[in-house]
Design a protein around this ligand. Structure first.
Ligand code: ME8
Length: 518
C-alpha cells in the first residue's frame, strides 16, 4: 500500500427534497478529483452523504405526516442512488443518523467542553430555518409586510430565544486570522478567502450550538433536553468517516483531510466555525477548503416557481453519464458560477466528444483494423511532426496534475483537449489514407503516433469520463493494470503487434429528436 494518502469530501446534503443539479455537480467534481488522485497512486478516502438532523428536516417530516427518522430513511436513499448513477466512486456514504456519527459528534463536543469553550447562556436572535443559521439584526432586512428576511440569503427569519450552549467563537478571532495569513491555501478560490478574512476581522460573536425547542438532533452529552445545533453535528461528519475518536482506527490516516469541496454558500461554516471547533478540540485542521460556484439555468437560480428545476437523472437519461460529467466539468470554471442549457450540453457533446475525440479514435482505429492487420502498427523513425505531437501528449500528466491540485478540472480538460486538437491537425495534415498506397510504412508510423497520443488522452480522461475512457483504452489494447498515470510515460507505450478489438464508437453524436409531426 502506498503511504501517499488523500482524504476528500463533498458537503453532506439536506435530504429535505429530491437531489438537484447542484448536488450532482458537487459530487461529480469531487469524484473527478478523487479519481485523479487514485490514478496518480494515492490511497484515497472519498466521502459524501446526507445531513439528516435539524429543524428544517423535522419540519419537512411533519409536513409529510411522518416521523423524522422514517422521513430521512426515505429521502436519503435517492441521494446515494444519484451518486451511483453518476458513476461517482465514493468510499463512504455517511448518514448523520448513524450511531457511529453520534459517537463522533459527542466526542468532539466533550473535547470542546473540556477546553472551556462551551457555556450555558440565554441566546436570542433572528433564525433562518432554511439556512439553519442565526443572523444579527444588521444582517436582516424588514420587508414591506413587516416580516424579516436574511439580507444575504433572502430567506425568512424569526425571532428565537432559548437558554442554550454557546461556543466561545469570539476567542478564536486571532487564531483564525493567523491561520489565513500563514496558510493562504486553507481556502480557495482567493476571492472567498478575502471575504472570510474580512468577516472575521469584523469581530466574531459566540455561537449558539444547542437547541432545546425540538429534539431531532444528536443529544448533548450529559445535558438531557439539549440537542446539538445541526451544523456542529454536520461538520463532524468529516471526522466520523476517518474513524474519530478511535485512535486505533485505520481510517485515522485520512485525518486531516486534504480537501473539503463545498458550495460558495457554506464557506463561512467550513472556513470559520469548523477550524475553530477543531482548534478547540485540539485536532489538526483540514488542509484545504474549496468553495465551488453555483450551477444556474440560463443565468437564473433554479426555483420551483420559475419552473426551471432540472432533475439530474433526466439529464443522464437524455445525454448519458459521461457527457453530463464532461459538460459540467469542462463548461464551468471551477470556483465560478456556471450555466447549463440543453443547447450548451449538445454543443459540447457534438463538438468536443463526438467530433474531436470520438471521430479521431474512430477514423484512426478503423484504418488500423483495415490496413494494419487489426494490430498496433509498427512505427518507423519519428519525424519532427511526430515528435512534436508525442511531446505535447507526454507533457499532459504534469499539466493535468498541476490543474487538479488547484483544483481546476476545467483547466485539466482544456489542456487535454488542446492535445486532441493538435492530434486532429496532425492526422489531417499527414493524410494517412493517401499514404496507404504511396508509403505504407509512413502510414503505419502516423497511425502509431495517433494511437499513442490517444492512449495518453485515454489514461488522462479516466477521472472525468470513466466509462468512455475505459472503452477507448480497451479499443487501444491497453491492459487494465497499465492505465495509471505512472504508465503514461514512454515505458507504457503501445507495443507494435498487439491485437486490437474491432473498433466501435465511443461518443455518439447527439441528434435532437425530430419534432413530432403536427
Ligand atoms: O448546505 N449549484 O446542504 P444542501 C451548485 N447540509 N452547488 C449547489 C447548488 C447549486 N445550484 N445548490 C446547492 C447543506 N449546492 C448542508 C451542508 S456540510 C457539513 C453540510 C451545494 O443540501 C451547496 O453549496 O443545501 C452544498 O455544498 C451542497 O450543494 C449541499 O447543499
Amino acid at each position: 500500500m502506498t503511504d501517499k494518502t488523500f482524504g476528500i469530501s463533498t458537503a453532506i446534503s439536506y435530504p429535505n427534497g429530491a437531489p438537484h443539479i447542484g448536488h450532482a455537480y458537487e459530487v461529480i467534481a469531487t469524484d473527478a478529483i478523487a479519481r485523479f488522485k487514485r490514478l496518480d497512486g494515492y490511497d484515497v478516502l472519498f466521502s459524501t452523504g446526507t445531513d439528516e438532523h435539524g429543524l428544517k428536516i423535522q419540519q419537512a417530516a411533519t409536513r409529510a405526516g411522518t416521523s423524522p427518522r422514517a422521513y430521512v430513511d426515505g429521502t436519503a436513499a435517492p441521494f446515494r442512488a444519484m451518486a451511483d448513477r453518476l458513476d461517482c466512486a465514493y468510499d463512504r456514504f455517511i448518514r448523520t443518523t448513524e450511531a457511529e456519527h453520534y459517537a463522533a459528534a459527542q466526542a468532539l463536543w466533550r473535547r470542546m467542553e473540556a477546553n472551556g469553550d462551551i457555556y450555558l447562556a440565554k441566546y436570542a436572535g433572528w433564525y433562518s430555518v432554511r439556512d439553519e443559521a442565526y443572523y444579527d439584526e444588521a444582517e436582516t432586512v424588514l420587508t414591506p409586510d413587516g416580516s424579516r428576511r436574511s439580507a444575504k440569503t433572502d430567506t425568512p427569519v424569526e425571532w428565537m430565544e432559548e437558554e442554550n450552549f454557546l461556543f466561545r467563537l469570539s476567542a478564536y478571532q486571532d487564531r483564525l486570522l493567523a491561520l489565513y495569513a500563514e496558510q493562504p491555501d486553507f481556502l480557495g478560490p482567493d476571492t472567498r478567502m478575502n471575504e472570510v478574512a474580512s468577516f472575521v476581522r469584523g469581530g466574531l460573536n459566540d455561537l449558539s450550538i444547542s437547541r432545546t425547542t425540538f429534539d431531532w438532533g444528536v443529544p448533548v452529552p450529559g445535558h438531557p433536553g439539549h440537542v446539538m445545533y445541526v451544523w456542529v453535528d454536520a461538520l463532524t461528519n468529516y471526522l466520523t468517516v476517518t474513524g474519530f475518536p478511535d485512535e486505533a482506527d485505520a481510517r485515522r490516516r485520512f485525518w486531516p483531510m486534504d480537501l473539503h469541496v463545498i458550495g460558495k454558500d457554506i464557506v463561512r461554516f467550513h472556513a470559520v466555525y469548523w477550524p475553530a471547533f477543531l482548534m478547540s478540540a485540539g485536532l489538526p485542521l483540514p488542509k484545504r477548503v474549496f468553495g465551488h460556484g453555483f450551477l444556474l439555468s440560463k443565468g437564473e437560480k433554479m426555483s420551483k416557481s420559475l419552473g426551471n428545476v432540472v432533475d439530474p437523472l433526466d439529464l443522464v437519461e437524455t445525454y448519458g453519464v459521461d457527457p453530463v460529467r464532461y459538460f459540467v466539468l469542462r463548461e464551468v470554471p471551477f470556483g465560478g458560477d456556471g450555466n447549463y442549457s440543453h443547447d450548451g450540453i449538445i454543443n459540447r457533446i457534438n463538438a468536443d466528444l463526438a467530433n474531436d475525440l470520438g471521430n479521431l479514435a474512430q477514423r484512426s482505429l478503423s484504418m488500423v483494423a483495415k490496413n494494419c492487420g487489426a494490430a498496433v502498427p509498427e512505427p518507423g523513425a519519428f519525424t519532427a511532426a511526430d515528435r512534436a505531437l508525442l511531446d505535447a501528449a507526454a507533457a499532459l500528466p504534469a499539466k493535468a496534475r498541476a490543474a487538479m491540485d488547484v483544483p481546476a478540472p476545467h483547466t485539466a480538460l482544456a489542456e487535454i483537449w488542446a492535445v486532441v486538437a493538435e492530434a486532429n491537425r496532425y492526422f489531417a495534415g499527414e493524410e494517412p489514407w493517401k499514404l496507404r498506397k504511396t508509403d505504407p510504412a509512413r502510414m503505419s508510423t502516423v497511425l502509431y503516433v495517433t494511437l499513442e497520443t490517444l492512449r495518453l488522452v485515454g489514461i488522462l480522461v479516466q477521472p472525468f469520463v470513466p466509462g468512455a475512457a475505459a472503452k477507448l483504452l480497451d479499443l487501444l489494447g491497453v491492459a487494465g493494470e497499465r492505465r495509471r498515470l505512472a504508465d503514461a510515460g514512454e515505458g507504457g507505450r503501445l507495443v507494435p503487434g498487439t491485437a486490437l478489438p474491432a473498433p466501435a464508437p465511443i461518443f455518439p453524436r447527439f441528434e435532437k429528436p425530430e419534432a413530432p409531426a403536427a
